[in-house]
Design a binder for this molecule. Structure first.
Ligand SMILES: [Zn+2]
Length: 223
């Protein structure tokens, strides 16, 4: 699984700084479990953050010492970035299609087949996280070849595809891909024919549906 759609740099920075909501952080961690590219981005962001803290501390000490710390810091930034451990390809856990990614276990359990889906609308099912930090964390199962209501978002939405696929104006999203959207994006995902699309999503504000039917649906589905 080599993802084509990755985390936005602002999401990477917020995750590294520990300022994302719990719900968005769970989806980020799920993406990182399959994406070496974004793991590298997070590690670089953590490294830069650590250097900035050191720099702030250095500002409180005398000039010669500050200069030597600055030289040491620049030297470390020039160092070659060590390689991350490779993504496991063939271990029993990642090879089992019924096994959910590890970051989801505390919120949804370990098994895809054991999930208790709740009906939302024809061909659409939802399951909410067992616990949350106050925002929305949920899994969606959308039947193949189905169009979701057109919607935008109050703030951020992160969606990680686990199974199946969908397309919208931003492209084609398949297993491993993450859609990292902000409030400017108005989109209407359509799932591809074949298998249902299963994804895990987090919002830090409610969805905004422009259509009257979708607005009526919103309180019913609790999103
Ligand atoms: Zn990625």
């Amino acid at each position: 699984m080599t993802p084509c759609h990755h985390l936005d740099p602002s999401t990477v920075m917020a995750y590294a700084a520990g300022t994302l909501s719990l719900e968005l952080g769970v989806v980020v961690a799920t993406h990182l479990s399959v994406c070496a590219h974004c793991r590298r981005q997070v590690r670089d962001a953590e490294r830069i953050g650590g250097l900035l803290v050191e720099q702030q501390q250095a500002a409180t000490i005398d000039a010669p010492r500050r200069e030597s710390l600055r030289a040491a810091m620049l030297e470390r930034l020039d160092d070659a970035v060590p390689a991350l451990p490779p993504v496991p390809q063939n271990d029993a856990e990642s090879a089992d299609p019924d096994r959910l990614p590890k970051p989801l276990h505390p919120y949804f359990g370990p098994s895809l087949s054991a999930l208790k889906w709740r009906w939302m609308a024809p061909g659409m099912y939802c399951i909410r996280a067992r616990r949350s930090g106050g925002g929305s964390l949920f899994m969606l199962k959308i039947a193949a070849g189905k169009s979701m209501p057109l919607h935008s978002h109050g703030r951020s939405e992160l969606t990680q595809i686990l199974q199946g696929a969908y397309s919208d104006a931003l492209g084609h999203f398949a297993p491993g891909d993450v859609a990292d959207l902000d409030s400017d994006v108005l989109h209407q995902p359509v799932t591809v024919p074949g298998v249902p699309c299963i994804c895990v999503a987090a919002l830090d504000a409610p969805l905004r549906f422009p259509g009257w039917l979708a607005r009526k649906l919103q309180p019913l589905v609790g999103l």
